[in-house]
Design a binder for this molecule. Structure first.
Ligand SMILES: Cc1cc2nc3c(=O)[nH]c(=O)nc-3n(C[C@H](O)[C@H](O)[C@H](O)COP(=O)(O)O)c2cc1C
Ligand code: SF4
Length: 443
């Protein structure tokens, strides 16, 4: 069988409509899946090598095996479409262009894990995409593809109900423990793991959390078979990925490509190269939390988790942000630090305080009020946040700051040395002047 490249986004007109989806074999894959036992379905997903597309690249089949067997408790599937990481805009392509494959993926995942209720958690600002997804879900219900009517439609005893849950616009609600709490009706605060979601999830019941793209990939795997799927892209991280490319490229957009595609190929062939044919200063490979690459190190870089790890970064959500040679990386780092400081839920001290310290130091660097010592301090603060918090937002805040300061130290040194404002000793007993006072003194 030849290896298909488009498993998630198809070029068929009106593919988002139920009748078009059905006429292209839609919901037949679920029919095929229920001829297998639930464990066989899980094993097929395991064999495919599919890794989660929500950021951590965790093996999906393995995650499904954590779900306890038996029906003594309700079990839930939470499909994560919070998509709030700056630079990430790929899940909304699925809501818009292929919602029925997502629904079919939920049916298959639900069948494999014995789950009767699923929640699709969609970022609150995605008004348009919530509506589109709801329409697709309503159509599937009417047709008897979801809910109790499934039993008659597909002639077996399994059913699943699917609900759309609208987020309220908090990045932290994309973190899995906080997402489950938010679905349960409480404020989206993360909590420690263990217990893991499969032990204690929505309303304290066993839950599996998977990203929208992950679940949408499942019908494609069942269609072409795990063996064929595992041969697409790189062996350690197979399949296709939705790469959302933004920044200084001529043609920003989302491209479905095999893992392991060269980053330079994505930028120059699929996205038309850099605007005004400038050189590249930096590339963020997988959403704002992933450490950047320098323009002079992207040659030969492959876009999959294992290859990127070798460069000290990650595939994350596949959200690639390209920055040209004129980019002020100090301002970029400050903007990113501001985002994480603003989104920190404030429960743990290293994240709550550390994110604020990093932002404040960066403000001083950008204003020409810092010293080289402050740059070292930024790295120290980032190091002390990483790994010392309840959830991974702390790491997500620390990585880009440490990455930018380390990889672009010369730009930061320039900012502190060349832009540095002369701060005269203060007339009030050595208190340091603020930049506003200096402006007043100068005038
Ligand atoms: C602060 C934060 C925000 C996150 N936001 C998202 C998100 O918007 N979508 C998503 O799928 N995963 C997000 N994640 C990762 C989830 O916690 C979880 O790992 C993922 O949904 C699991 O799905 P997967 O195994 O299919 O990748 C976020 C993690 C953190 C720490
Ligand atoms: S790391 Fe930050 S966002 Fe996560 S729980 Fe702690 S304070 Fe909240």
């Amino acid at each position: 069988m030849s290896v298909p490249q488009n498993l998630l986004l198809h070029d068929i007109p009106d593919y988002h409509k139920l009748d078009v989806y059905i006429s292209n074999g839609g919901y037949d894959i679920y029919r095929k899946a229920i001829k297998m036992t639930p464990d066989e379905v899980t094993n097929e997903v395991k064999k495919s090598g599919l890794r989660g597309r929500g950021g951590a690249a965790f093996p999906t089949g393995l995650k499904w095996t954590f779900m306890p067997k038996g029906n003594d408790k309700p079990k839930y599937l939470a499909v994560n479409g919070d998509e709030s990481e700056p630079g990430s805009f790929k899940d909304r392509q699925i809501f818009e262009r292929n919602p029925h494959q997502l629904i079919e993926g939920i049916l298959i995942a639900g069948y494999a894990m014995g789950i009767n209720a699923a929640y699709i958690y969609i970022r609150g600002e995605y008004h348009k995409w919530i509506k589109l997804m709801q329409k697709a879900l309503d159509d599937a219900y009417v047709k008897g593809f979801v809910g109790k009517k499934m039993k008659d439609t597909f002639g077996n005893n399994y059913f699943i109900d699917i609900y759309i849950h609208k987020g309220a616009g908090a990045y932290i609600c994309g973190e899995e423990t906080s997402l489950m709490v938010s679905i349960g009706g409480d404020r989206g605060y993360p909590r420690y793991k263990p217990p893991f979601p499969a032990q204690r999830g929505i309303w304290d019941m066993p839950t599996t959390v998977n990203n929208v793209e992950t679940i949408t990939t499942v019908p494609a795997i069942m269609k072409i078979g795990a063996d064929t799927y595992s041969k697409i892209g790189t062996p350690g991280h197979p399949g296709t990925l939705l790469f959302g490319v933004s920044g200084h490229v001529k043609k920003p957009g989302v491209h479905e490509l095999p893992t392991g595609t060269l980053l330079s190929d994505i930028i120059y062939n699929y996205c038309g190269g850099v605007r005004n044919d400038k050189k590249i200063k930096a590339v963020i490979p997988g959403g704002s939390s992933t450490p950047p690459l320098r323009g002079d190190e992207i040659e030969g870089v492959k876009m999959d988790e294992e290859s990127l790890k070798a460069f000290g970064t990650h595939i994350g959500t596949g959200g690639i942000i390209v920055m040209d040679e004129d980019t002020d990386v100090v301002k970029v780092t400050l903007r990113i630090a501001h985002f994480y400081h603003h989104e920190s839920c404030g429960q743990c001290t290293p994240c709550r305080e550390g994110c604020g310290w990093m932002e404040n130091i960066l403000k001083r660097v950008a204003a020409g009020e810092a010293t080289s010592h402050d740059l070292d301090m930024l790295i120290t603060v980032a190091n002390n946040i990483e790994g010392n918090t309840i959830c991974a937002l702390g790491d997500a805040a620390a990585w880009p700051v440490r990455g930018f300061v380390t990889k672009f130290r010369e730009d930061f040194e320039k900012a502190v040395k060349e832009k540095r404002t002369y701060i005269p000793p203060n007339i009030v007993h050595g208190r340091r002047n603020t930049s506003e006072e200096l402006t007043t003194i100068a005038s």
